[in-house]
Structures are given as structure tokens and as C-alpha cells.
Write a protein that binds this ligand. Sequence first.
Ligand code: GLA
Length: 730
Amino acid sequence: MAIIIDENKKIFKLDAKDSSYLMQVSKQGYLYHVYYGAHVSDNDLDHILQLTGGASFSPSPADAPELSLDMLLLEYPGTGTGDFRVPALTVKDTRGASAVCLRYVSHKVIEGKPALPGLPAVYLNENSEAQTLEISMEDALLGLKAKLYYCVFEELNVITRWVQLENGSAENLTIDRAMSACVEFLTADYDMLGLYGSWARERTVERVALRHGTQALQSRRGSSSHQMNPFTALCARDATEDRGEVFGFNLVYSGSYLIEAEVSQMDSARLVLGINPYDFEWELEPGDVFTTPEAVLVYSSEGLGGMSRTFHKLYRKNLCRGQWRDKKRPILINNWEATYFKFNADKLVAIAHEAAKVGIEMLVMDDGWFGKRDDDHSGLGDWKVNEAKLGCTLRELVERVKAEGLRFGIWFEPEMISPDSDLYRAHPDWCLHIPGRPGTLGRNQLVLDLSKTAVQEYLVESLSAVLHSADISYVKWDFNRNMTEANNPDLPAAKSREIWHRYYLGLYKVLEEITSQFPQILFESCSGGGGRFDPGMLYYMPQTWCSDDTDAVERLKIQYGTSMVYPVNSIGAHVSAVPNHQTMRTTPFQFRGDVALMGTFGYELDITKLPEEDLDMIEDQVEKFHDYHPLIFHGDFYRLINPFEGNEAAWMFVSEDKSEALVQCFLVQNRPNAPARRVKLRGLDPEMRYKVEELGVRMHGDSLMNAGFIIPDMWVCGDYQSVCLTVKRV
Ligand code: GLA
């Protein structure tokens, strides 16, 4: 049983595989956090509760003079009543007063997992996979009711959390902050790991020690962002890639978010995560309910690697949905870096013709096929095929590509509008805007206001019309700027700060409608590369274009960082031309192919201009992709050598039954007389005997993992070398 309750002492124990999470209700009704970590057998751990109070400058509640909320570890702390640390909840009453303190009312256990209305969320394939604890709390003075949800996975080290707030009073309440979860730690001896970045430089791994005061990772951009992914890991100081305690946190949300940690005066640490309270407000009229996005909590005693593998498992089977979740994805060729805006049907068919010869399976027509769109200054919003530019109808083009033996995919950027577009001329008020204030442009475009029903309907209609008009197998859904003038003038002033979240409720509604209307289509999300690589988008679309940086050297880091949270089969990765368009670097074709194998795999180059030897290489790479696909797509992923730390990278994929593995090693720059580089494998069965085919050696799993082997050859072949090694049970 995942949830164990001591009804007398009001202790809640959540057992998620190897981890336990404990809470206890105090006699005054406060919900204390007791413990989160490796599994413990006892329910009653109240000897570790930090029940102190009475010190100057840490006030005590009237009914508990011996305590101070400022010192306690609390499950869902409010504000204004003596806890001065970062809160989970801030609420204003009609007079503008801001104080809230929740007390326990009741609880119940739900078999399975309730849905989060209108929001993407982790789901169950079988009800027996998880139990959910619902703890009802209230602030009786405000008339605010809160339900705290804890969904506990029996077979995974996963607990997911979210909160539902209901206005049970007769007057309006305003939520200023409603985090999805607050997690307390009795001690603060952790490092905080985050994934920061920029356009074309996403998800750089950074690990810093928690220190007194607050530390925040966040986005205020109206998207989960390139700049900081909605993820953090608190790592025990001695935790490594393979060993030690790590607590991973990820928000199932695509908008602005906040992850904030505070180390207190008592050296405890509090971490909250949820919608960014910056510029946020949500008005609750009497009877209204507000649901926060879901936070995913992962426990690992096997370092960062163990944490990542748990996220990967959960997201592969309990987040991504639809027909394509478990299906082999077609090897695609995208025309963006091949042609940019300059193409017509003949050019695309010529690409398809060459691509078919080497085993590529799908052609994706990127930006530039609609409205007036020969550069990025116009056309967004006009989702009508530009037949004059293509030289034929979309259906004719698709049929010609199919006749070459390839399926057809198409690009959209539905959430945007160009000021130079028919849509803007017809509906200048459909974008996010503040009347009288000029709209700030990003890539010459404005953001449509997806909180508006008319906009949602327009998108569903116009996109569906295109998707119905031809046999389309794939959609790339792009989003190429962040939000400014985030405002919907139709909303009353008291609701105007709701726009950031209303936008995402609108987007999720549109995504739900379109993806369920076209279940056969494979959707890939994109935001100038990986600016919205988050679990919210993965719920609707099982893969995300990882970065606009297609340089293979850069990709080693970007993909390594992305793998901290997101499964390899969700990482969009392509082989592109050299000199690379982002870095001007020239790397060998094989190196580019091996890097792109760690992902969904495809090409993004003008195949009609490739020399014969590169075309031969594509054939080899396509074969390699098919050979290794089951391992890469379904296997467990182990990071072996960190590209952020040096000149090499290595990782491996291991089959579930541990009978097979693929090891990939990469050398960035060669050095003369370089020392031998040893790699130790991971995840094998220590007692199983394996053959490393390319090395011709036969060894037990324990030898390969403890002694490892010297990476062959690479160091004699120049810069940018890679090897793939196949490990098979003998
Ligand atoms: C974004 C995407 C690219 C490409 C362009 C088209 O930058 O990330 O892959 O689709 O838009 O404009």
C-alpha cells in the first residue's frame, strides 16, 4: 500500500518505491512536514520534528504559545501569521488584507489519480499504479478551502503534488501566490542543480550550494523558457552522477514559473515550486475553484542518473500520450536549414527524391509555406497555403512527396501573429496588448491572446482545415518569442493579471482539441528550439525540437543537460550541414550522425547538394538508427562522461533485461600524446557475460562496470571523433 495512515495520531506516510514521505497533523491542526527521503519502516517519527518557538522575532500563534510557525516545517505555509519564509500561499481578502493560515479538516485516499481540470498532468495506465491522498485544509476566517493532493506511485520513486483552492466564503478572494508544492528539509546541506541557458544554448547544467537566504530559478517570460528549465534537483553534497541522495522537482507547466529555495535561520531548507507569482493574481469569486499545475517529485539514492531514469520512465509511460508514445518515429528530413524561406514544391520534391534513396522516411516542410511569408516579417496567422509560391496545392505536394516514398510533415506557429498579416488587419485586437501602448515586437511578431475564445476557435478551425486538406503525418508546433504587454483588455481590472495563466489554459484547450482530432499525426513541439521543453508540452506532443543549435559539439552539452529530466525519445535531434549554421564549425558526418542518434533522429540539410560519400554515410546512419532504435527509444539511459567537465562525452543505453547495451563515446578536440581514456559502464548485470562487439572482448558486467575499458581508436583520428560500441550478452 502506497499510503499508510495512523488515524489516531493523524500521521500520513507515503511510500513511493524506495522512498518515504511523512506528514503529521498537530493538535492545533497545522500540517507538519516530518520526513522525505529513503524508505523508513516506522510511521511515527515525531522525535525529529523541530517544534521550537518562543524566540524573539519569531512570533507564536495565539493558540500555541510554545510554537512559532517561523520555525516549523510545514506542508503548505501561508503568510501574515508568523512564518516569514518563502510562502506556498498568499491570499488577499476584499479589503486587501493579506493573511492566510491553513488548518487540517479531513483527508481521504483515492484509488488511482484524479484529473487536473484543463491542465496537462501525469496519468495512470492502470488505477493500481498509484494512490492519491487528498488532505482538506481551510482558513476558516477567510472561508478558503484547500485540498492538497499527493499522488504516490507504488513502483516508481515518484510523488506528484498539486493543490485545489476553493472560495467557500460569500466574498471575493484574490490569490497572489498558489504554489503546486512546498517541500521542507530539516537540514540545508544540499546543492541546487538547475538547467540555465539561452536561445541555441539550452539546459546548461549548473550546481551550486544552497546558502542562507533565498535562491530562485524562474521564468517571467510567459513560457517555460530557454533561460531556465522548470526543474531543479536538490543533491546531497556528496551525491554524484551514480551515488547519493537527489531530490528532483519538475513542474508540469509551460508558462512562467518559480522554483524558490530558502535556507532558514534554523538551517532548514524550504523549496516551493509553481506558477510564478510575479505579476500574477487570480480572483476567486464565491464558489470558484483554482487548480495549480502539477509538481513532480522524484527521489533517488542513485545520484543524478537514478533521478533522470525515474523521470524518463514516468514521462515515457505516464506523461506522453497517444498513438506515437511507444511507436518508432519516422526518420525525417526538415527543409529549414536546407532552404530557409526559399523553396517551392519542386525543391521539396527534389529533397524527398534524394532522401528516399537513402532510407529517410518523412519530409517536413518548415516555415514559409503559408500567407505572405518569404522572410520572418509577415504572414503569421494566415494559415492558408501559398499555392503561388509552392506552385501547386498542398494536397498535390503531399501526393508528390508520398509518390517518392516519404510521408509528409508541416510546420505551424499557431500562437503568433505578424502585424503584416490578413489576420492582424481583420483582428488587430486578437494579440496580447495594452490599448494605447505600442506592441513590443519579437522576431517581428506579436503573441495571439489565447485566453480569448474567438482566438482558440480560429486556431482550431484554421489548423484543422489545413490538416484535413492533405495526408499530413507530422506537425511541428513552434513558438518563437516571449510575451510582452501581457494583457487582455476585455478582462476586468481585478482579473487582468490572470492573463499569464489564462493563456496557458487556452493553449492547453486548443492542443487537446487538435491532438485528439488528429490522433494519427505525430506532433513535435518547438520554441526557437528548446524554449518550451517542459512536461506540459510533452503531455500533448511526445517530442520537442531540442535546440536551434544543430552543431554536434554544442549538442553534446545541450542533449546531456536535457537528459537530466527528459527522456531521450523526446529529444528532437538532426544531422545538419557543415560549416554549421550556428557556429560555423565543421565536424565529420559520422560525429554528427552519432550525436543525433541520441534523440528522435533526422536530417536538416540540403540533401540534393551532398557529395556521394555523405549520402553513403546517411545510408549507414539510417541502418544504425534502425539497429539501435529499440535500445535508444526504450532503454535505460546512463550518462558516463560529462561534456561540461572536459573534452569528452559518453553515455549508454541499456535494455530493460540488461542483455544489450549501446555505448556512445565522443572526443571533441584531439590532443597529442593524450592519456588513455577509460570508461566504466553502468547498468549492466554484474553476473552476466557480455561481448563488446567492436572491441572483440568478452567480460562480465562487473568487469565492464568496475574496471571498464579504454576507449579505442578515437584519439588517433583527429578532432570530433565518435564511436558506438555494442554490448551483447553471450
Ligand atoms: C524556429 C525553429 C526552427 C525553424 C524556424 C522557422 O526558430 O526552432 O527550427 O522552424 O523557427 O522560422
